[in-house]
Design a protein around this ligand. Structure first.
Ligand code: GRF
Length: 203
């Protein structure tokens, strides 16, 4: 399977996926990595792994629609089976999301449906939650609101801060995201009519 990954920064989730592709654990290939920010670490990770590393700086575009159109054009050159958002910090237009309906994933650092949007760990701490985590979901037009595919949980202890929680959750993400991509590439995870199914069961 052909995978295109969209990033905005460090790309540690991207790295976890690249590593499993290289090891043969994921039956797929990251053919291109596209960043909306220039010079980020994730782009060097992509180059090192032999994927095309592309910068599409959103600031160079007049508006969201123009950026999304250029992004779609760049993506479509690779005819990907799967588009993976990994720390991609841009809100996408509905027409972009619809174009890739049923083949675009995102990872979000909360136990969705709790805390869509930003500052998830701070919000979990403020609420006195006892657990936090990360969720992989199918991307729909609603921000962080698509059907859930898989979650990883971590316990919140009394002395946790945003930083410690971020570290713990990110470590879980690095297992969770490659696992979901592996399911997709092996055919276990499908998205008929935009509904995620694992081994034929609706999630
Ligand atoms: C992760 O916390 C992910 O949940 C969020 O952005 C962060 C990406 O980190 N969407 P990285 O770029 O993969 O290191």
């Amino acid at each position: 399977k052909r995978i295109v990954v969209l990033i905005s920064g460090s790309g540690s989730n991207l790295q976890a996926i690249l590593d499993q592709c290289a090891a043969g654990d994921i039956d797929g290939q990251v053919t291109a990595v596209i960043s909306n920010r220039p010079d980020v670490l994730g782009l060097s990770r992509a180059e090192k792994a032999g994927a095309d590393a592309i910068t599409l700086d959103h600031k160079q575009f007049e508006d969201r629609a123009a950026f999304d159109a250029a992004l779609a054009e760049a993506i479509d050159q690779y005819t990907p089976d799967l588009i993976v958002l990994a720390g991609f910090m841009r809100i996408l237009t509905k027409s972009f999301v619809d174009r890739y309906h049923g083949r675009m994933l995102n990872i979000h650092p909360s136990l969705l449906p709790k805390y869509p949007g930003l500052d998830t760990h701070q919000r979990a701490l403020d609420a006195g939650d006892h657990e936090a985590g990360a969720t992989v979901h199918l991307v729909t037009a609603e921000l962080d609101g698509g059907p859930l595919i898989a979650q990883a949980k971590v316990a919140i202890s009394e002395d946790d801060t945003v930083q410690t929680l971020n570290r713990k959750v990110l470590a879980q993400e690095h297992h969770l995201y490659p696992e979901v991509v592996r399911w997709f590439c092996s055919g276990r995870l499908t998205f008929a009519e935009g509904l995620p199914q694992l081994d034929g069961e609706v999630l």
